[in-house]
Design a protein around this ligand. Structure first.
Ligand SMILES: Nc1ncnc2c1ncn2[C@@H]1O[C@H](COP(=O)(O)OP(=O)(O)O)[C@@H](O)[C@H]1O
Ligand SMILES: [Mg+2]
Length: 165
């Protein structure tokens, strides 16, 4: 299934991250795509909030991974500096997929093989006018689409498109 949410402020994108992280639980990976400034790090801040992390979350520009400790570990990966397509396994990312934490990867398409893993939520953020963003969400298999849509709606988020069961 595929779902598109429109956000109108950084806070709404944060709320989306928080809501999805609550719903997804542990042992999941959020694979984020979208241009520089789209809101990938802002989304990650919402994920961190869901895990009770109070430390400010910024892009791990000079390291590959930032690690935070909340209710469970959060591994925040940014592959922006990755040239070409590195293999997710060569990068050692599997180390973080131990089932007990949450992994967020910015520029996830730069790591081959990552998107095909189980438990991966694929997100792509498109910049619209001003503070508007469109976030395309493809959850892993087995996620109940109508429940997801309802949960997002209950948070006041606008679902503009929905396909699949
Ligand atoms: N709807 C929105 N969602 C997310 N960020 C937004 C939105 N509107 C404006 N912004 C701004 O866009 C920027 C997104 O930055 P960031 O999350 O670092 O992008 P990325 O990590 O994708 O490069 C921030 O300055 C944020 O305040
Ligand atoms: Mg970023």
């Amino acid at each position: 299934m595929r779902l598109v949410v429109k956000t109108r402020s950084p806070e709404e994108t944060r709320l989306l991250g928080e809501t999805l992280a609550r719903l997804a639980g542990e042992g999941v990976l959020f694979a984020l795509g979208g241009d520089l400034g789209a809101g990938k790090t802002v989304f990650t801040q919402g994920v961190a909030r869901a895990l009770g992390i109070e430390e400010p979350v910024t892009s791990p520009t000079f390291t590959l991974v930032n690690e935070y400790h909340g209710d469970c570990p959060l591994y925040h990966v940014d592959l922006y500096r990755m040239n070409g397509s590195a293999d997710a396994w060569d990068l050692g990312l599997e180390e973080y997929l131990d089932g007990r934490g949450v992994v967020v990867v910015e520029w996830a398409d730069r790591a081959g093989g990552l998107l095909d893993l189980p438990g991966v939520w694929r997100l792509f953020i498109t910049i619209l006018e001003g503070d508007e963003r469109e976030v395309e969400i493809v959850p892993p298999r087995g996620v109940d689409g109508s429940r997801l849509k309802e949960t997002l709606g209950n948070e006041g988020l606008e679902v503009v498109e929905w396909r699949g069961s």
